[in-house]
Design a protein around this ligand. Structure first.
Ligand code: G4F
Length: 337
């Protein structure tokens, strides 16, 4: 029997939360996994490749800059991928207000360069673009589906709409197998500390460990549809296994406020969130996305994707991981008031 050729996957943003999870998933499915990373990451692996620690010896990393077409072209030509997962971006919405220019530049051009390189070098390669529920912004309907009109409220959201449209255009104009996932917020113990969920769960651990006395937060009333990143990357992979490319919402269909997240996280270690949260007007955004709630019916029907990990389980896993990191025992406080 002729052995099946090994499928080769390339991931931009492999050092991030989603990149590390999809790399693990692809390895478990027998792929040869290649990641695009910044040169500084290769020079400083102890700090910049930590999420990949467990799989570092099984993946190939390539230094390239998403701001340079020449360097992207070179890596794509070297790897010759069968599947490309484009996850790299300046993904922190708040920061996009501070530096609109670099957010637009990196996110739009990076997507364009990668799409162009794939089209020119490996047109058979299946392409995934990491779209975002942030594209809905001031959403005109609840819940949001693939048909909901985009109304982004930040340059980050605008850059994602541009990437989404570029991906659709390459699909239609050049017949590329290019799909976009419209992923709602997805979290895990690997989430960056700047995002509100991890800020809260790491804050809880610091307070429990006696390293902080308070946690400053911005808009507590914002509502998000939070799922688990490990389950969401499986949705990405499923999209590239379909005969035809398409766009899909990936979401839980449940929404919660930031204050609900905080309440649950503090309660898990027996603390009352109201004793520690300090509202800080400086952490509000100039334009906010107040309510995100996704309808993943299409992904359920066509991909067979659905989430299993619920809100409470997600919060619990994140709090416990952060407590473990600081060497404190979360369970010890669950009955205290
Ligand atoms: O955790 P966040 O920073 O995530 P945000 O802005 O929803 O974006 C995340 O999800 C998107 C998918 O919809 C991704 F595309 C994007 O890359 C990123 O992963 O903020 C969530 C909410 C916001 O409404 C924010 O105003 O929490 C509110 N918030 C309140 N206090 C805070 C804080 N957010 C942060 N980061 N820090 C605070 O202190």
């Amino acid at each position: 029997m002729v052995p099946m050729p090994v499928r080769r996957a390339m991931i931009s943003g492999i050092t991030g939360q989603d990149g590390s999870y999809i790399a693990e998933l692809l390895l478990s499915k027998g792929y040869e996994v290649h990641g695009i990373v910044r040169r500084v990451a290769i020079e400083d692996p102890e700090h910049r490749l930590t999420r990949l620690d467990a799989i570092r010896s099984r993946i190939h990393v390539h230094a390239a800059s998403l701001e340079s077409y020449a360097s992207i072209h070179q890596v794509v030509a070297q790897v010759m991928p069968d599947e490309c997962y484009h996850l790299a971006a300046q993904s922190f919405v708040s920061y996009s207000f501070d530096d609109e220019f670099s957010t637009l530049n990196a996110n739009i051009n990076g997507t364009h360069y990668l799409l162009a390189a794939v089209k020119n070098i490996v047109p058979h390669c299946r392409f995934y673009f990491a779209g975002s529920s942030e594209m809905f912004g001031k959403a005109e309907e609840v819940p949001q589906t693939e048909r909901t009109r985009f109304h982004p409220r930040s340059t980050y959201g605008i850059s994602k709409v541009a990437g989404f449209e570029l991906t659709r255009n390459y699909r239609e104009a050049y017949n590329l197998h290019a799909s976009s996932g419209i992923l709602f917020n997805h979290e895990s113990p690997r989430r960056g500390f700047e995002f509100v969920t991890r800020k809260i769960t790491s804050g809880v651990a610091r307070i429990l460990a006696g390293r902080s006395k308070e946690l400053r937060l911005g808009n507590l009333e914002a509502k998000r549809d939070w799922g688990h990143a490990r389950e969401y990357v499986y949705g990405m992979w499923l999209m590239l296994q379909q005969d035809a490319p398409d766009d899909y919402v990936i979401a839980t269909g449940e929404t919660h406020t930031v204050s609900e997240f905080a309440e649950l996280a503090f309660a898990h270690v027996g603390l009352n969130w109201r004793d520690y949260i300090v509202p800080d007007a400086d952490l509000f955004r100039p334009a906010e996305v107040n309510l995100l709630l996704g309808d993943a019916s299409k992904a359920r029907t066509k991909l067979g994707w659905s989430h299993r990990i619920g809100f409470e389980e997600l919060v619990r896993e994140m709090v416990e991981a952060d407590c473990r990191m600081l060497g404190v025992e979360p369970k010890a406080r669950t009955t205290a008031s």
